[in-house]
Design a protein around this ligand. Structure first.
Ligand SMILES: [Cu+2]
Length: 155
């Protein structure tokens, strides 16, 4: 029995460090400041894939009742619309995904209070691999948000 327990501990130790070193990572997170009374807010960030494929499947934040992953689409009539990314966001090995205004974003729904410029919005990013990343997104004013729009989609 004792031998078995030691073997189990050793296998856990040898597995954990590579997973940390080669997993997905999150960078340059920021949130858009909201006016008083707003029910929704948006958070943007850059994700980098790790050594293997992974997928962002969920987001949580104590600043909102729930958080969803959204894409922004432009209809043939030129109307911008948001769609929930029901399958999450795939992150192939070594890839970069930029969530930016006009493109994909994390939608905070049911804000517990306004997102005030100068503050921070905490997020937990949940991945298919089981990885969880804690992110603090600085809240930017409308002026600070300028120039951060995603490139126009090709269709
Ligand atoms: Cu949205």
């Amino acid at each position: 029995m004792r031998l078995f327990r030691l073997a189990f501990a050793a296998s856990v130790l040898s597995w954990a460090p590579p997973a940390l070193a080669e997993g997905v990572s999150a960078h340059d997170a920021y949130a858009r400041a909201t006016p008083p009374g707003a029910r929704t807010g948006a958070v943007y960030l850059t994700l980098r894939g790790g050594a293997g494929e992974d997928r962002l499947i969920g987001v949580e934040s104590p600043r909102a009742e729930r958080a969803e992953l959204h894409a922004t689409l432009t209809t043939p009539e030129g109307v911008m619309r948001m769609d929930k990314l029901a399958e999450g966001l795939a992150l192939p090995a070594g890839s970069t995904a930029i969530l930016a205004p006009g493109g994909a974003h994390v939608m905070l729904i049911g804000l517990t209070g306004p997102l005030e410029a100068g503050g921070e919005a905490p997020l937990t990013l949940i991945f298919e691999s089981g990885a969880r990343l804690e992110v603090e997104a600085p809240i930017l004013s409308a002026r600070e948000m300028r120039g951060r729009e995603a490139p126009a989609p090709h269709r």
